[in-house]
Design a protein around this ligand. Structure first.
Ligand SMILES: Cc1ncc(COP(=O)(O)O)c(C=O)c1O
Length: 404
């Protein structure tokens, strides 16, 4: 740890401890944080070892159906279709809806690039609508203002694990007859007013990539839906258009977006403990917020309660109060405190790939501001109280050292 951090202690209100009592820590952002355990290793090992021998194989049965059943049940949906990522889940939904050139798809600009990229990849025009300043999820009113006869889908994101306003989007969907596809990459375990979110809209797309609330060997995803026709369509699309039955049929031109057997096996063990994992995240988020208290120019996440999936701990920093840049804040946290942080997210339209695709990002002031302010802290299920104390002091001191 650099000396700078240990010598600047004059921050108000700092009622926790002095920096001299702190033990040095190394808190990287990229970490499984206690999500991955021995039972997951055993589950993967079991199917890998069972495939040894002339009759062994990696065909998914019975793990995949078992995993899909458990996911659908946990997320409150009738059907779950396992795939190899959330990106491919979103792609399949766009393909199933027949999205193409001339269509418009409404998305937030404060999201991972693929929530929007999936519509661009089909040749549709991406329409960015603004996010709600409290939740940072897509704002239904802003969405409604952007609907045109060309709007073919809306993709709200349950940002950081906070549910988007499903009730308002249901109303919009019915009124304008537009399907809602939720990007639920952050949202295994998220609830909307006490109810799991897996049957919201037409479909929800989940991610089990390495740093998500649960992971299937580092990659993986799923689509959940209550719509049997849509389920059948994406189920076929993910596996070359096959329809299994007494006679194998190929009913549509499809792809190979399948999840592997070892992945599905770990999905079962991961899901079995997801409630414990999300509860541990929630406890740590609440502890951090209690210990950090209030600090002018810092907005802590809102709606941190039993409904929140607690996937990302996103803090907003009013950069106008500091005589530095966000990059310098990130660097100071890393260099002086060994605290890794992430940015979720730069505005989607700021990526160079979006220079060459059709989009509209007008009237999105909340998104533009938030994208300049956000940093995500490394708070995981396994983060200890001592580490939380350290993170609180690291963030307070870092910010105090830049106040103009
Ligand atoms: C909001 C959001 N959507 C989609 C994705 C893509 O997920 P995957 O990596 O499983 O394709 C991510 C991944 O980080 C994400 O954060």
């Amino acid at each position: 740890m650099g000396n700078h951090a240990l010598t600047s202690v004059n921050i108000q209100p700092l009622h926790l401890m002095t920096t001299t009592t702190l033990t040095k820590r190394n808190l990287p952002y990229i970490a499984l944080g206690g999500v991955w355990e021995q039972d997951d290793v055993d589950a993967a090992h079991h199917v890998i070892a069972a495939a040894v021998g002339p009759n062994g194989n990696f065909f998914p049965l019975p793990e995949e159906p078992e995993f899909q059943k458990a996911l659908a049940s946990h997320e409150g949906a009738k059907f779950a279709i396992a795939v190899n990522s959330c990106g491919t889940a979103l792609d399949l939904c766009m393909i199933a809806l027949g999205i193409g050139p001339g269509d418009e798809v409404i998305v937030p600009g404060l999201t991972f690039v693929c929530s929007a990229g999936t519509a661009s990849a089909r040749g549709a025009k991406v329409i960015f609508a603004d996010v709600d300043p409290q939740t940072l999820c897509l704002d239904p009113k802003a969405v409604e203002a952007k609907i045109t006869p060309r709007t073919k889908a809306i993709i709200p994101v349950h940002f950081a694990g906070h549910a988007a306003n499903i009730e308002a989007f249901d109303v919009i969907s019915r009124k304008h007859n537009i399907p809602i596809i939720y990007d639920a990459a952050h949202a295994v375990g998220t609830k909307f007013r006490g109810t799991p979110i897996g049957n919201a809209g037409l479909a929800s797309c989940y991610s089990f990539q390495s740093n998500k609330n649960m992971t299937t060997l580092g990659e993986g995803g799923a689509i959940t839906t209550d719509d049997s026709e849509f389920a059948e369509k994406v189920r076929g699309l993910k596996t070359f258009g096959y329809v299994y039955g007494a006679k194998l049929r190929v009913t549509q031109i499809g792809y190979n977006y399948r999840m592997t057997k070892p992945q599905a096996a770990t999905g079962i063990t991961q899901l079995a403990k997801i409630d414990r994992v999300v509860a541990a995240r929630l406890k740590n988020y609440q502890l951090f917020m209690k210990k950090f208290g209030e600090l002018e120019g810092v907005t802590l996440p809102s709606g941190i309660n039993e409904d929140h999936g607690c996937h990302l701990f996103v803090v907003r920093i009013d950069m106008k109060r500091l005589k530095t840049t966000r990059e310098e804040v990130v660097k100071r946290l890393k260099d002086s405190w060994q605290v890794g942080v992430a940015i979720h997210y730069p505005a989607v339209w700021s990526w160079e790939a979006f220079e060459s695709v059709e989009y509209d990002n007008s009237h999105t002031p909340v998104t533009s501001e938030a994208c300049e302010q956000v940093i995500s802290l490394p708070l995981f299920p396994s983060t200890t109280v001592e580490e939380i104390d350290y993170l609180v002091v690291a963030l307070r001191e870092t910010l105090a050292s830049f106040v103009s």
